[in-house]
Design a protein around this ligand. Structure first.
Ligand code: AMP
Length: 273
């Protein structure tokens, strides 16, 4: 991959990277299409990174289908798929990690200790292997996007981060490889995530922001549905991921909910004046 990448550089070609864990859906494909529009070469990495899964999480069950992914990526004009093995990615005595210390103790970082350390470490490695000019990340994983932007800023990676909007099913469910875990009845309950976020957004636009009231409304709405177990519902400043202040311009409403065994996340960003 590195020698391909240096070849592209020598030829003066721009490279767009879409890092993924595979099992593609329209969300992934939207990132690839965006990368296709903006770069000479599009590289998609497919790697289920063991470092970002906790010991009780779904690393083993995480869905994988490389042949299907290859066909889908080819269909949107991807040039290179980089799908390394664990042995290629990590030395047995790997001992250097990337940590962010200001935005990782909230939201998913709080529920999944070590998760963002795993994400940042693998993304830093991918940037050094693929040498992209641009890298594409979905706003579905909003906290991940913010923390990666911070890494790029603080460690001077010569990469432009391109945020991409959340892609949803027609009924509002945010697309996720983990939606495959949902039984039909659970999938109905899972709609409460996007629905409650939509209700929250409308309420804020009408009445202004009262974080406690909105959080309570979302929790009540989600709890109405069977198979749901709330991990967190939070409203924070969308730039700092810290509590809202009078200076806050945008609020992030983010939630994580177990629906059956699937841990689903969703969010929305609201302008506050
Ligand atoms: P994953 O394979 O789940 O690690 O996701 C790879 C990339 O796709 C990440 O940047 C995600 O934020 C992005 N992504 C996943 N689901 C969606 C979605 N529904 N809409 C937009 N981007 C997404």
């Amino acid at each position: 991959m590195r020698s391909l990448a240096t070849g592209f550089k020598k030829e003066g070609k721009t490279v767009g990277l879409v890092p993924t864990m595979g099992y593609f859906h329209e969300g992934h494909l939207s990132l690839m299409r965006r990368a296709r529009q903006q770069n000479d070469i599009v590289v998609v990495s497919i790697y289920v990174n063991p470092l970002q899964f906790g010991p009780k999480e779904d690393y083993k069950e995480y869905p994988r289908d490389l042949d299907r992914d290859k066909a889908l990526a080819e269909g949107v004009g991807v040039d290179v798929i980089f799908a390394p093995s664990d042995e290629e990615m990590y030395f047995k005595d790997h001992s250097v990690f990337v940590d962010e210390v200001s935005m990782t103790d909230v939201l998913c970082g709080k529920s999944r200790p070590g998760h963002f350390r795993g994400v940042l470490t693998v993304v830093a490695k991918l940037f050094n292997i693929v040498l992209p000019d641009r890298a594409y990340f979905g706003m579905k994983d909003y906290q991940q996007l913010k923390i990666i932007e911070r890494m790029v800023r603080d460690l001077n990676f010569p990469v432009e981060i391109v945020p991409c909007p959340i892609v949803r099913e027609e009924d509002g469910l945010a697309m996720s490889s983990r939606n495959i875990y949902l039984a039909p009845e659970e999938r109905k309950s899972a709609l409460s995530l996007s629905r409650s976020l939509k209700m929250a957004k409308e309420l804020i636009e009408k009445e202004g922001i009262d974080a406690d009231k909105i959080k309570k409304m979302i929790v009540e709405e989600i709890k109405k549905y069977p198979y749901t177990k709330i991990d967190y519902v939070e409203i924070v400043d969308a730039d700092s991921l810290k509590p809202l202040t009078k200076e806050s311009k945008k609020a992030l409403i983010a939630l994580a909910v177990f629906v059956g065994k699937a841990r689903l996340i969703d969010n929305t960003v609201v302008d506050i004046k």
